[in-house]
Design a protein around this ligand. Sequence first.
Ligand code: ADP
Ligand code: MG
Length: 267
Amino acid sequence: MSGAATRPAGRHQGPGANKAPELVLELERVIKIYPGQPPVPALRGVSLSVAAGELLAVLGPSGSGKTTLLHLAGTLDKPTAGTVRVDGLDVRKLSDRQLAGLRASSVGFVFQQFFLAEHQRVLDNVADALLYAGARLAERRDAAANALQLVGLGHKLGARPIQLSGGERQRVAIARAVAGQPAIVLADEPTGNLDQATGSSILDLLAELNAAGTTIVAVTHDQLVAGRMRRLVRMLDGRIISDTAVGPAAAATESRGPDESGEGLAE
Ligand code: ADP
Ligand code: MG
């Protein structure tokens, strides 16, 4: 990566480490108002911290601000107010070039619509995602082949997306997101375009990747996703209304109360 500042050391702290786990994402009192007539307040004071190794679902009805939250977390957009830190870096303090570097090295995106290049081989769809990381073509293809192996598509390297099922396409998109070993993977409705069984296998895959060390935040309005995650954040109308640990990891993780920061919007 080129100009991005160095990130803090010690990403891979085990649960037994004395220090608090490293935060890969921090939102502090984030407000996002889309300009317009009238302006749309999409986030109304959201505070959220995600530590390395977490598997977290953000749940909420359509329009509650989930995609906005992911875009800000992925530095695709900037907050109206408040602070966003990705992998320890305050995005406000970075130039556009540094932001592009941070996105390339630290963030993997998975979208509902996959966004694959239809005419390109699966292998190159994934390898191209590593262009910004500055690796040579052979290295990119190696990393891409490994990631595709990881998602169960090692036998489809030469296929074109058009020859794949929806579930396979989403696997390619996930391979693309994890190939660069980002600090955090952000998934926006990753099962939204899939039937239930296929969606379920994609959730299994996300859980497997998490078990292997990938930090994942998945946003969804699908209640079924909820049961598969280890931490559930519920949103309503631009605010976090609950944040709880669930599943087997619940005992080990502190349960957080509702977001207390909810600053009102100056109107
Ligand atoms: P969700 O992903 O939970 O459905 P969004 O974050 O997409 O919610 O949207 C939150 C609110 O912000 C909605 O009222 C939506 O209409 C509005 N919104 C989202 N994107 C834009 C935009 N680019 N311009 C104006 N309003 C937007
Ligand atoms: Mg959305």
